[in-house]
Design a protein around this ligand. Structure first.
Ligand code: 6R9
Length: 641
């Protein structure tokens, strides 16, 4: 990547219609935004959000705790739904949905209002209100969006759990936040089969004392058990509810949602986002980064179980009154051209996906793309991991037909909204670089002491000014919040990523420098996988590492030592893979399981993952091995390769 020299300027045609059409305009606004951030954010907040009570103070910053727009009050759902009803958007499509079996549904903004209003009444009748936690374990169907928005409407805090997570993972998340209500569906369509969501919920909530009610959407019609007094059908609850619901106003800093993400220790972290600042970040970035226009049809392939689904399927887009395309199923069902079919069928104009998906499309072959026009597309986006220049070029040529700008957007669950990104009508793109910071965002590449490194040198990526959509804390664990993000450099946000800036100031993200893996764009903590493995009765010790993988970015390799008396064989490898899948979810199933007699450790007993990485990649073990307790362990592992 460091040798990448190509530069792609926005076409004059694109720039002339863009929401921001020149580098000069970008530079002027950016400089203003970081020189006087409070003035900048005050103006944006007043212009972009509907307030019920005007805020008094833009920012109170007592690192690491931020209070944005103090004294203000608003309703996030009103900002995404009700505000559009007084405009020409009332009968505009908010959502266009295509289910995996091919069922298509459109939901207008007015209908979105009825749905969220009725659901808000349903919640209130169940005793769910301000500050209560609601777990959402749903397929990618319009009702998942209704559920999130209805939570915001009544002031409940949602935690969306990706439908691919196991009962065990769901249980942990429900218990960590103490959810009272779980919203799910009988099932979800995936590769022509039904994923039995309700069955997983049943298993999860055997040990969740806080859950009082389970609201169940009928999606697939598969047989499920409904428990009297606890489980309620969505369509039954919905019937009696009134169409109109007056949304209450909540303080700017009222919690909006918790989203669990992997960290470098065992337990997932409950990242907490609040109302006004989060919404402002999501809304402003959507408008500029996706160059939103009234007649766009926007498709982001991320599931709502991830932050990308929160900010760039739901909140950022609906607050802008955009039309969002939702797809339920797999990208290769019934064939590898499903996305291209849908783009042509519906006239999708903006497409946002992940590098791992792009690499899969490349591998499936150009013919699946070339049999479709893709004429409606005007802008492409990438998120989740660094995009390799080959994939960037393929995306540009094959999908964008050399006329669509590509926005490679760097951000995190914790940042809430896009931090480093091209602006499509302004920024010349270099394949593999997320380019330059978004308005109001101040990223720097620093050395271990926190000093900015010279351009061209590698270092750690930090953000040295607070921004409205930043996480506020980790649910129930403010100490961990401080330690994880604000202790490496006191008072300054540490991203966990390594990066480099080139002579033009462009950022090149290298990837995680902590024990977090990025597998197909999904974050996974090595410690999470290891604790799942050692929970298996035959396992003594385990180490999980990432190995570079052409398709997935990284693949998961685990080294396992067994308790005495257990035989290392292929059946046990399969058993351990399935065990991790069951404990965490299918995305965490190791690609490779390797048995070892012992793991390489330092004298203080820390597993030396660096060495395991080299062994897994088939490389010679280099670097300092003097801290190793016993080199024979390494020799044995290499001989075993
Ligand atoms: C939005 C999202 C965050 C981590 C982040 C980084 C990697 C995301 C990237 C990227 C290079 C990009 N990452 N986007 N690396 N270029 N455009 O993905 O959030 O799931 O929390 O992951 O993903 O390593 O630190 P999240």
């Amino acid at each position: 990547m460091s040798r990448e020299k190509r530069v792609f300027k926005p076409s004059a045609e694109f720039a002339s219609q863009a929401n921001l059409g020149s580098m000069a305009a970008y530079k002027r606004l950016y400089t203003e935004s970081v020189n006087s951030p409070e003035k900048f954010w005050e103006k944006q907040a007043k212009e972009l959000l509907v307030w019920r009570r005007q805020f008094k103070k833009v920012l109170k910053w007592k690192a690491p705790h931020a209070e944005w727009f103090g004294g203000g009050a608003l309703n996030v759902c009103e900002n995404c739904v009700d505000r559009h009803l007084k405009t020409e958007r009332a009968n505009k499509a908010a959502l266009i949905f295509e289910g995996e079996p091919g069922d298509v549904r459109t939901v207008t903004y007015k209908q979105l209002y009825f749905h969220t209003s009725r659901l808000a009444h349903v919640f209130e009748n169940m005793g769910i209100g301000q500050g209560d936690r609601v777990a959402i374990y749903m397929p990618m169907v319009p009702e998942a969006v209704f559920a999130m928005l209805a939570c915001a409407r009544v002031g409940a805090i949602h935690t969306v759990v990706f439908g691919g997570f196991s009962a065990e993972s769901l249980k942990d998340r429900i218990n960590d936040c103490g959810a009272k209500l779980v919203i799910t569906a009988d099932g979800s369509w995936r590769r022509g089969k039904i994923v039995p969501l309700k069955q997983t919920v049943d298993a999860a909530i055997e040990k969740t004392p806080t859950v009082q009610t389970v609201l169940v959407l009928r999606r697939c019609g598969n047989d499920i058990k409904m428990r009297d007094g606890r489980d309620v059908w969505w369509h039954d609850a919905w019937l009696g509810a009134p169409n109109h619901h007056k949304p209450k106003a909540f303080p700017s800093e009222h919690p909006l949602f918790i989203l669990y993400t992997s960290g470098s220790t065992g337990k997932p972290k409950g990242v907490l986002h609040t109302s006004a600042g989060y919404l402002l970040g999501a809304k402003l970035s959507s408008q500029y980064v996706f160059d939103l226009k009234e007649d766009d049809l926007y498709f982001c392939s991320a599931d709502i179980g991830w932050i990308t689904g929160h900010s760039y399927v739901v909140y950022g887009l609906l607050s802008n009154g955009a039309t969002v395309f939702l797809y339920e199923g797999a990208p290769n069902q019934p064939g590898p051209d499903r996305f291209w079919q849908m783009i042509d069928r519906h006239g999708i104009t903006i497409f946002y996906t992940a590098p791992t998906a792009i690499r899969a499309f490349m591998r499936w072959g150009d013919n699946y793309v070339l049999s479709h026009h893709l004429k409606s597309l005007r802008l492409l986006g990438s998120v989740g991991e660094p995009i390799n220049p080959e994939a960037w070029m393929w995306y540009y040529r094959m999908i964008g037909k050399k006329k669509c700008p590509i926005v490679d957007t760097w951000w995190q669950t914790e940042t809430g909204s896009i931090m480093i990104t091209p602006l499509p009508g302004a920024t010349p793109c270099k394949p593999g670089s997320a380019t330059l910071p978004f308005f109001g965002i101040s990223p720097k590449v620093v050395d271990d002491k926190g000093k900015e490194v010279p351009k061209g040198s590698g270092g750690k990526l930090i953000i040295d000014k607070p921004w409205p959509s930043m996480l506020r804390t980790l649910w129930g664990d403010d100490e961990r919040f401080k330690n994880t993000y604000f202790s490496e450099y006191p008072g300054v946000y540490f991203t966990g990523d390594g990066a480099r800036q080139d002579k033009d100031g462009y950022f090149w993200i290298v990837g995680r420098i902590d024990d977090v893996l990025n597998i197909s764009g999904h974050r996974l903590g090595t410690a999470e996988v290891e604790s799942a493995l050692v929970a298996h009765p035959k396992v003594a010790e385990a180490a999980a590492i990432g190995r570079p993988d052409e398709l997935k970015g990284q693949s998961l390799v685990v080294f396992v030592t067994l308790k005495a008396g257990n035989e290392p064989n292929d059946d046990l490898k399969e058993e351990l893979r399935n065990h991790v899948g069951k404990e965490i979810g299918a995305i965490a199933k190791p690609d490779v399981v390797r048995f070892a007699a012992a793991l390489p450790k330092t004298r203080s007993g820390k597993i030396m993952r660096r060495i395991l990485k080299e062994i897994a990649a088939g490389k010679e073990v280099k670097g300092d091995t003097t801290t190793l307790e016993d080199f024979a362990v390494v020799a044995a592992l290499q001989a075993d390769d």
